[in-house]
Design a protein around this ligand. Sequence first.
Ligand SMILES: Cc1cc2nc3c(=O)[nH]c(=O)nc-3n(C[C@H](O)[C@H](O)[C@H](O)COP(=O)(O)OP(=O)(O)OC[C@H]3O[C@@H](n4cnc5c(N)ncnc54)[C@H](O)[C@@H]3O)c2cc1C
Length: 337
Amino acid sequence: MNIWVYIDHFKGSALPTSWETLGAAKSLGATVTGLVLGSGVEALAQQAFEHGADAVFMSDDPSLADFRPELFSSTIAAADSSYPDAIFLPTSTRGREIAAMLAIDLNSGVLVDVTGLEMSGDQLVVTRPVYSGKIFAKESCSSKPQIVTLRGRAFPKPASIAGKTGEVKKIPAKTEALTTVAGYSASEGGVSLTDAGVIVSGGRGVSNNPSLQAPAGLDEKAAEIWRAQQGFKLVGDLASVLGAAMGASRAAVDAGYIPYSHQVGQTGKVVSPDLYIACGISGAIQHLAGMRTSKVIIGINKDAEAPIFKVARYGVVGDLYAILPALTESFKKKLGK
Ligand SMILES: Cc1cc2nc3c(=O)[nH]c(=O)nc-3n(C[C@H](O)[C@H](O)[C@H](O)COP(=O)(O)OP(=O)(O)OC[C@H]3O[C@@H](n4cnc5c(N)ncnc54)[C@H](O)[C@@H]3O)c2cc1C
C-alpha cells in the first residue's frame, strides 16, 4: 500500500499532528511519501524522513511561501501520475481545505476527522465520530486515492530517528493563484488548543460570582464582562500552572468574555487532550462535540445535574471561584512551581 502524507506547517514549522499523521500511515505497513510544499522547506523534508517517511515529494518555490489552497492542491494533484492508494492530511484548517480541493481535482472521496484506521483485506476502513461524537461510524471510500484527514492527538507521534534520510523528488509548483495573502496579524500567544495535552476551559459560569463587586460606573453588561475576566483569570492561572491551553464554551465567546479562537465545540475547535477541565460549562451537546474524545474529563460545576458530569471521569460540584484557586495552589505545590 502506498500513502502520501501532507506535512502541514506554518513558515517551515511543522504542526505536531503532521508527524502523528505520518506515524499513522506507517502503522498500516504502508510505503509513505511525505508531501512537503512551501518556500525554504528543505529542513522540513529532512524532518519528514526522521519521522518515518520513506520518500519525499518536495515543491520548494517562492510562490508557495504563503498557504493558498488552490496552489497547494493543484501542485499535489500534478505531483505524480501514478497516484497512491490514499492521501492522508492532518485535520487542520489547511489540511481540510486541501483535502476538499484534492477530492475535486482527483475525482475522489474524502473522509474527514478520522480517529481510527484499520485494513479490511486491501480496503482501508476508517473510524470517525458522527452526530456530534455520539456514535462512531466505520467508513471506507470506493474511489482512489482515498483522501483522509486525521484528527490531531488521536494517533501517537512516532519516535524520530535522527539522521535518517531518503530520496527527495522535486515536483514543480503550480504558480497561478486566484488569491493573494496580504499579510498576517499575530493572534494572542499561549499554547495551541488543538495540540495541547491539557486544556482548561471556561463557560458562562465564570461570570457568575454575585459577591464580586464590579468597579463603579460600569453598566450591567460591562460589569458582567469584568466579572467574567476575573473568572477567566482563575481559569488562566490553573492553565498556566499546568502548561495548558485555555478553551471556552460558545456562550462565553458570544457573551464577549473571550475571543472566538478559544471556542471548543461543533462550531469551534475539536480537541482531544489527555486532560480537559470544564469550568462553569453545562456540557451542551454542541460543546461535547468538540471535546468528548478527551482522555480524561473533569467537570467543575455548581449544578450536580449538569450534563457535563455524564461524560466526566471526575466531577467537582461546587463554585469555581472557590475550587479553581484551591486547585491551582495544590498543583503549584505538587509540581514545585
Ligand atoms: C448550531 C449551534 C452550534 C453551537 N456550537 C457550539 C460550540 O461550538 N461550542 C459550544 O460550547 N457551544 C456551542 N453551541 C451552544 C450550546 O448549545 C450551549 O449554549 C453552550 O455550550 C452553553 O455554554 P455554557 O455551558 O458555557 O453555558 P450554560 O449552558 O449557561 O452553562 C453554564 C454552567 O455554569 C454553571 N455555573 C454557573 N455559575 C457557576 C459557578 N460559579 N461555579 C461553577 N459552575 C457554575 C451552571 O450550573 C451551568 O451548568 C452551539 C449551539 C448551536 C445551536
